[in-house]
Design a protein around this ligand. Structure first.
Ligand SMILES: [Zn+2]
Length: 296
C-alpha cells in the first residue's frame, strides 16, 4: 500500500491508501529529539502493517524545497535535512517530502480534480499553497504562498510574529481574531466571554452580536483584499479555503466572496471561491497523491 504521513509537532498521523481510498489511519508519538528515532518510529509502525510498501509521502511543517527541510520551527532536528534521503536509506520505495500547506493544497486540488488552484488555510496563522498544471509550486526558498505575511493592513498596526507590521495574519486567522477582539472590545457591546474561541466569535457574528460582527467584517475584508492581490499575480481558476476556521461555512464564504469582488480586478470576477472538503485528512491525502504521482 501507499502511505501518506502528516508530521506535526506532537504526533504524526499515518494513512494507508489503496486505490485512492484512505483505508486506515493511526497516529504515533512525535516527542522525539533525533532524526534517526523519528524515521525508525515511523517505518517500524508501517512495517508492522505491511511488508510491501509502494511509496511514502510526507507532509512536514517548515520551509521545504525538493525534499530538503531548509528549516522547521517546531522540529529543529530536521533543519538542513534531506528527509527523502533519510527515509530512502532505510526503505526501498519512492519517498516524497513537502511543506504542510503545499501538501494540503495538493490534496484538495486532487480530491476535486482541479489543476489550477490557490489554497488558503485559516488556522492559528494563515498559510497557503498553489497548484498549477497539476504541479504543486514550492518557490526558490520554500516560502511559496506564505500569504499570512502579505502586507494588507495600515489601520491597526498589530505586530506580526515575523517582526513586521500589517501582515494578513495580524487581522485574520486565530491570532488576528484575538487582536481585533482586544482592539474593539471596549467600543462594541457583546455577549462574548473573556475566555473565547474563534468559533464563539463566528457563532455570535451569525447572531449579529455587534463586537463579533465587527471582527468578522474586518477579518473577511482583509482576507478578500489579500486573495485579490494574490489572484492578480497567479490567476487561479479556483480559490479553496480550508483550516479550522473554514468550519464557519457559508457565512464565512459569502463574506469572503463579497470582499474579494470589492478588491479584485474585473478579469478575476469569474474566480470560484469554495470551501475545502478533506478537513484534517488533507495532509495525508496530499502526501499520498504526491508520492503516487512522482516518477522516482
Ligand atoms: Zn508577518
Amino acid at each position: 500500500m501507499y502511505y501518506g504521513i502528516d508530521i506535526g509537532g506532537t504526533t504524526a498521523k499515518i494513512g494507508a491508501f489503496k486505490d485512492d481510498k484512505l483505508i486506515k489511519t493511526w497516529t504515533i508519538d512525535m516527542h522525539v529529539d533525533s532524526l534517526d528515532t523519528m524515521v525508525d518510529n515511523i517505518l517500524n509502525s508501517i512495517k508492522k502493517q505491511d511488508s510491501e510498501i509502494l511509496g511514502i509521502g510526507i507532509d512536514c511543517p517548515g520551509f521545504i524545497t525538493n525534499n530538503l527541510v531548509r528549516s522547521s520551527a517546531n522540529l529543529h532536528f530536521l533543519d538542513g535535512i534531506d528527509l527523502k534521503q533519510a527515509f530512502s536509506k532505510k526503505v526501498k520505495c519512492p519517498v516524497r517530502v513537502i511543506n504542510d500547506a503545499n501538501c494540503h493544497a495538493f490534496g484538495e486540488a486532487k480530491a476535486k480534480n482541479l489543476d489550477n488552484i490557490m489554497f488558503i488555510t485559516l488556522g492559528t496563522g494563515v498559510g497557503g499553497g498553489f497548484v498549477l498544471g497539476g504541479q504543486v509550486l514550492e518557490g526558490a526558498f520554500g516560502s511559496f504562498m506564505e500569504i499570512g505575511h502579505m502586507h494588507v493592513d495600515d489601520d491597526y498596526n498589530f505586530r506580526c510574529g515575523c517582526g513586521q507590521i500589517g501582515c494578513l495574519e495580524t487581522v485574520c486567522g486565530q491570532k488576528g481574531v484575538h487582536n481585533l477582539v482586544n482592539y474593539y472590545r471596549s467600543n462594541y457591546p457583546t455577549k462574548l466571554e473573556i475566555d473565547f474561541t474563534v468559533k464563539d466569535v463566528f457563532d455570535l457574528a451569525k447572531l449579529n452580536d455587534p463586537l463579533a460582527y465587527k471582527v468578522v467584517e474586518v477579518f473577511t475584508d482583509k482576507l478578500g483584499l489579500a486573495l485579490a492581490n494574490a489572484a492578480i499575480i497567479i490567476n487561479p481558476q479556483t480559490i479553496i479555503i480550508g483550516g479550522g476556521i473554514s468550519m464557519a461555512g457559508e457565512f464565512l464564504l459569502k463574506k469572503v466572496k463579497s470582499a474579494f469582488l470589492k478588491y479584485a480586478n474585473e478579469n478575476l470576477h469569474e474566480t470560484k471561491i469554495i470551501l475545502a472538503s478533506l478537513g484534517s485528512e488533507a495532509g495525508m491525502y496530499g502526501a499520498y497523491y504526491l508520492v503516487k504521482d512522482s516518477k522516482k
